[in-house]
Design a protein. Sequence first.
Length: 188
Amino acid sequence: MEVRLSSPLGKETSMLRVGDLVFLTGEVVTARDLAHSRMLEFLSRGRKLPVELKGGVLYHCGPLVRREGRGWRVLSAGPTTSLRMDPLLPSLLPRLGVRAVVGKGGVGERTKKVMRRMGCVYLAFPGGCGALAARAVEEVKEVHWLDLGPPEAMWVLGVRGFGPLVVAVDSRGGDLYERARRAEGIRG
């Protein structure tokens, strides 16, 4: 099924099933390894994050950007491997309240359990399609933590028709990667 959603997201994520195609409009916030660590550090110290992520979409991405005048233009915004952030996600996701995580390669069992409890989904974006993703970016709304370097900074992107995103882990525990492994007779 093809679904068009607007962020911030709510309970509509609970209706998504593994294999559904999703196109997003609204805000998407990028974060990679260092931004995840900094978010957890901020929250652990009781500090407020520069972006409200409740109901939001967290995109595992380090976009390629170019400064244009006072703003930024996204040239490429392909996904990065989510398993790199997996050690922090079980602690971070409940504190953030995000409803969707976008990346490639899936997430681990602990993260999937937390996502199920939260009604959060994992949306896979095809690797190698960074230019396609960039076409969906209408504007760079904000950028935070540039001291980490542009790929590791937190970018708040306004997107329209961002996708196709495949529901790879749904909020009921369905897992596209696990299905593929079972079909091939591969364990864990």
